[in-house]
Design a binder for this molecule. Structure first.
Ligand code: ADP
Ligand code: MG
Length: 261
């Protein structure tokens, strides 16, 4: 490690007030992420017990240093498996520094003027990346579009800090990943059709997680009443666009057929 780089990042850490931020050094871009604890709130845990929704599986409580260690170790593990991740170039007990791995996928697809082609391109690439992680018997833990970045034709995984109780099996964590990703697509604001069924089929074909369709359908059926209510004109008036898109996705999931191709 170049001494002046170390001095630079230590100074950057002290002078920045945000938990994560980018900086330039020698014309190269980096991200500094400060250690902070991970936990789910009590109400979150209660909802989970009540509804048994994979979507809200509580994250394991970790201290700031444990969370930092976990994320850096996972970045190294992914790298060994050839899963694209940014290099960790500096780490101490307060923060770590990553190389820049491009703009996040959400920033490409959330634009009001994003075309169908652009959306299909990035979503499809992101699904390939999630499939690759899952086919390596891993999970991302926060697979929303904002935690996947695109650089040099590759999709990188970032924000790997969340872990879960060991009683939760890998398939459930992978299901949660996929669901979080699908839900993050409800942020798309452009007037385009999101080809959910195609994307779901692509994921299932590539991972052979054939039961996920059934799991998605079962999950959506828990929201049946809300899905129906969200279609009532009078109620719609009070719902934000992302809520409407959320229920639109859930209606598609509800109507998924085992043999949908
Ligand atoms: N190595 C990186 N390359 C490019 N962008 C990054 C990188 N690390 C973080 N970011 C950007 O910062 C945002 C927040 O970082 P993230 O690790 O997801 O922290 P948080 O846990 O706060 O969500 C990401 O959504 C992404 O836009
Ligand atoms: Mg994030």
């Amino acid at each position: 490690m170049h001494k002046s780089f170390e001095e630079f990042v230590l100074n950057e850490y002290k002078s920045s007030s945000s938990e994560i931020g980018s900086f330039l050094f020698d014309e190269k871009k980096y991200w500094l992420k400060k250690a902070r604890p991970t936990k789910s709130s009590l109400s979150h845990k209660i909802y989970y017990k009540l509804f048994k929704l994979e979507l809200i599986t509580p994250v394991e409580e970790k201290s700031a240093i444990q969370a930092l260690e976990f994320e850096c170790t996972k970045l190294e593990e992914f790298k060994k498996l050839n899963i694209p991740v940014p290099n960790v170039v500096f780490k101490n007990s307060d923060f770590f520094v990553l190389e820049d791995s491009g703009k996040n996928i959400n920033s490409y697809i959330r634009k009001k003027d994003a075309t169908q082609e652009i959306i299909d391109f990035y979503v499809s690439k992101a699904i390939d990346a999630i499939c690759f992680i899952h086919n390596n018997n891993q999970y991302h833990g926060g697979a929303q579009a904002r935690n996947l970045t695109f650089k040099d034709e590759k999709v990188y995984s970032i924000d790997l800090e969340d872990s879960f109780d060991s009683s939760i099996d890998l398939k459930t964590l992978q299901f949660r990943d996929f669901l979080l990703f699908l839900l993050s697509l409800t942020k798309i604001r452009a007037k385009v059709e999101v080809n959910y069924i195609e994307f779901i089929d692509k994921y299932i074909e590539n991972t052979k997680n054939y039961d996920f369709k059934n799991r998605l359908q079962k999950l959506a059926s828990k929201f049946y009443l809300l899905i129906k209510l969200s279609k009532v004109k009078f109620i719609r008036k009070f719902l934000g666009n992302d809520v409407i898109l959320f229920f639109k996705l859930f209606e598609i999931l509800y109507n998924l057929k085992e043999n949908d191709k």
